[in-house]
Design a protein. Structure first.
Length: 305
């Protein structure tokens, strides 16, 4: 006996907000790329590369917002929910490569800084900051509605910080003539990028490896399931994360043989699923249990946990 849940994953539609933020960020990306080429600024180049990944992140959020509204099919039983994981994995790999390059190039430029025109640098920095502030205002109203919007808000916030770094470097160069300020700003932005990229890479790889969702202790889960009346054993307990906010759990649950004759089976199933959905910090709304008598264990294939 087993049962799964079929839930919709719609929610508030923030595609309009995401589209505006994406359009602004993509426009500034082009402007900053031109500026990085004309000025030769490392800080502006780093901020441009950072904005490239953030533009991709906003596009991913916009596409994810659209795809999550598509129903599951017999071919894609979870729809396109895992597309965000694949996109995030690619994004984190690019971010990490950019961050490492920035750190290496920044150290090199500290000893041999090129001439960077401060006026042009501050102009492009201000353009980026203004666009980021507008995008933040657009996204602010929906940033608490879910992971997708929170991630998009943080993408733009990081861009704004990068633009501030570019402006500060330009001001220092203009007032003191210290050209290393550009390299220092680039290094600081790189220091912000690398840990974030490494964390995102680790999290997405963990999802693709079908690791247990963070915050869910399977030993604790097993212990609580065993507290349900008539449950004798829990084995083949597996947990994974399909996509952000979508943990799933499956298990074989051994119950008293009498439960198959006195009608306790459905009640036990309801209790097991309620336990997973409400008891733990990570709510698992998608759970599938195989309710079986003790004798069934001898008929199962080898290799089960």
């Amino acid at each position: 006996m087993s049962r799964g849940h079929d839930h919709a994953h719609g929610g508030t539609d923030h595609r309009g907000r995401l589209a505006v933020a994406f359009g602004l960020t993509a426009t500034v990306l082009v402007a900053q790329a031109v500026g990085a080429y004309l000025t030769g600024s490392l800080a502006l180049l780093v901020d441009t590369a950072h904005m490239l990944t953030d533009t991709a992140g906003l596009l991913m959020a916009l596409v994810a917002a659209q795809l999550t509204r598509r129903p599951a099919t017999a071919r894609r039983t979870w729809g396109y929910r895992r597309a965000e994981v694949l996109a995030a994995l690619a994004q984190s790999a690019v971010l990490l490569a950019v961050g490492v390059y920035v750190l290496v190039e920044g150290v090199r430029r500290l000893t041999a800084p090129p001439e960077v025109p401060s006026t042009e640098l501050v102009v492009f920095g201000v353009i980026g900051l203004v666009a980021n502030v507008v995008s933040l205002a657009v996204l602010a109203g929906g940033r608490s509605s879910g992971f997708n919007m929170r991630a998009a808000f943080l993408e733009v916030l990081n861009d704004a910080l990068g633009s501030v770094g570019v402006i500060v470097a330009a001001i220092v160069i203009a007032t003191t003539g210290w050209q290393q300020a550009d390299a220092v700003a680039g290094l600081l932005i790189g220091v912000l990028i690398v840990p974030r990229a490494a964390r995102l890479l680790r999290e997405t790889a963990s999802v693709l490896l079908e690791s247990t969702p963070p915050g869910l202790d399977l030993d604790d889960v097993r212990a609580h399931l065993l507290e349900v009346e008539h449950v004798l054993d829990v084995h083949d307990l597996h947990a994974s994360l399909v996509a952000t906010g979508l943990p799933v759990v499956t298990a074989h649950v051994v119950v008293d043989d009498s439960c198959f004759g006195d009608g306790h089976g459905p009640r036990i199933l309801d209790q097991l699923q309620e336990c997973l959905a409400t008891h733990f910090e990570v709510s698992v709304a998608h759970s599938t249990f195989q309710i079986e008598p003790a004798s069934h264990r001898t008929h199962e294939f080898l290799g089960h946990a």
